[in-house]
Ligand binder design. Structure first.
Ligand SMILES: O=C(O)c1ccccc1NCC(=O)[C@H](O)[C@H](O)COP(=O)(O)O
Length: 201
């Protein structure tokens, strides 16, 4: 099970995620209580070893702007929320970067198609809100064989059940490992990664 921990803003939370075995860490580079500057993200990147994906997260920014900001932060991956096109995917790849494309569960059917991104992320209506949804319903999207992350309202206590219900390739969390909005709880970060890694693939 691929595990991403998102919305990290301190060296301690990065270390907790990495030490627990997270495969990816996310830095929010768009308006959010979790927002970090590119300079802060670059500093946090120092705690991310090779083999762990460091992801810059964006919402409505044009793909070219997201790429420029992520590059300024030294990140290799971008995660783009909002409606995206095959041209956006090309923009990211032509810049030599890697892409997680995020769609909300309620999006139109064509949004779930393969636009060439490396990883798809299926989220709640509002990213980073901690809202849960009917995870099993994603099975109807026919994502078998794709690399995709389940997100929205996951937490240490529900991640294993949710991932199994959805037949997820991986999981992503932010709110469910926080003590208050934007403040990561290190014990919850560890518990989440452990629970997700123990979940049935
Ligand atoms: O975290 C944010 O505030 C945020 C703002 C704008 C775009 C994306 C954002 N976060 C993305 C994520 O953290 C994850 O992809 C996911 O939505 C986490 O959801 P949750 O665990 O329910 O907080």
């Amino acid at each position: 099970m691929f595990v991403k921990v998102c919305g990290l803003s301190t060296a301690e939370s990065v270390q907790a995620a990495v030490d627990a075995g997270a495969d990816a860490v996310g830095f929010v580079l768009t308006a959010s209580p979790r927002e970090v500057t590119p300079e802060q993200a670059r500093g946090l990147l120092a705690g991310v070893p090779d083999g762990v994906a460091a992801v810059g997260v964006f919402r409505h920014e044009p793909a070219a702007d997201a790429v420029a900001t992520a590059r300024a932060a030294g990140l290799e991956w971008v995660q783009l929320h909002g409606h995206r096109t095959a041209e956006d995917v090309t923009t990211v790849h032509d810049a030599g970067m890697r892409l997680i494309r995020a769609v909300t569960m309620g999006a139109a059917a064509e949004e779930f198609g393969d636009l060439g991104e490396e990883v798809l992320l299926i989220d709640a209506a509002v990213p980073g809100s901690g809202e849960s949804w009917d995870y099993a319903s994603v099975r109807a999207k026919g994502l078998g064989g794709r690399k995709w992350l389940l997100a929205g309202g996951l937490a240490p206590e529900n991640v294993a059940q949710a991932a199994e219900a959805a037949a997820a390739w991986g999981v992503d969390v932010s709110s469910g490992v926080e003590s208050s909005r934007g403040v990561k709880d290190l014990a919850l970060v560890r518990a989440f990664v452990n629970s997700a890694k123990a979940a049935k693939d």
